[in-house]
Design a protein around this ligand. Structure first.
Ligand SMILES: [Zn+2]
Length: 117
């Protein structure tokens, strides 16, 4: 079980990561907007612009998803349920939390979950 000090450290990691993602998402959105606003004079340019904004969109979506997971983890810290597996109620190993601070499941449950998916 992660102790209070470890949870505090993980919370800082989560908050830093959250800030980074928010900045990245804002930057992606800005570059998509500037691409949309840029003049496209021929089809080649248009294809370039579309594929870039498409990629940016995918990156932004992944980050939005991670952001949700991070916010969820911060809520669990506040509720005091952080670091406990949502499937089996066992403590999640500190090593796993350090690698993935927003982990919801312990390693064995995560493996079962991934196999079932
Ligand atoms: Zn579990």
């Amino acid at each position: 079980m992660a102790n209070a000090k470890q949870i505090e450290e993980l919370k800082q990691t989560l908050l830093e990561r959250k800030e980074l993602i928010i900045n990245n998402i804002n930057e992606s959105r800005e570059s998509i907007n500037s691409l949309k606003n840029s003049e496209c004079n021929d089809e080649f340019d248009y294809a370039e612009v579309s594929s870039d904004s498409f990629k940016e969109g995918i990156i932004a979506n992944q980050q939005v998803k991670e952001l949700e997971e991070i916010e969820d983890a911060i809520k669990r810290i506040q509720k005091g349920t952080y670091g406990v597996c949502e499937m089996c109620d066992e403590s999640i190993a500190i090593g796993r939390l350090r690698a993935k601070p927003f982990a919801k499941f312990c390693t064995p449950c995560r493996e079962i979950y991934e196999v079932e998916k």
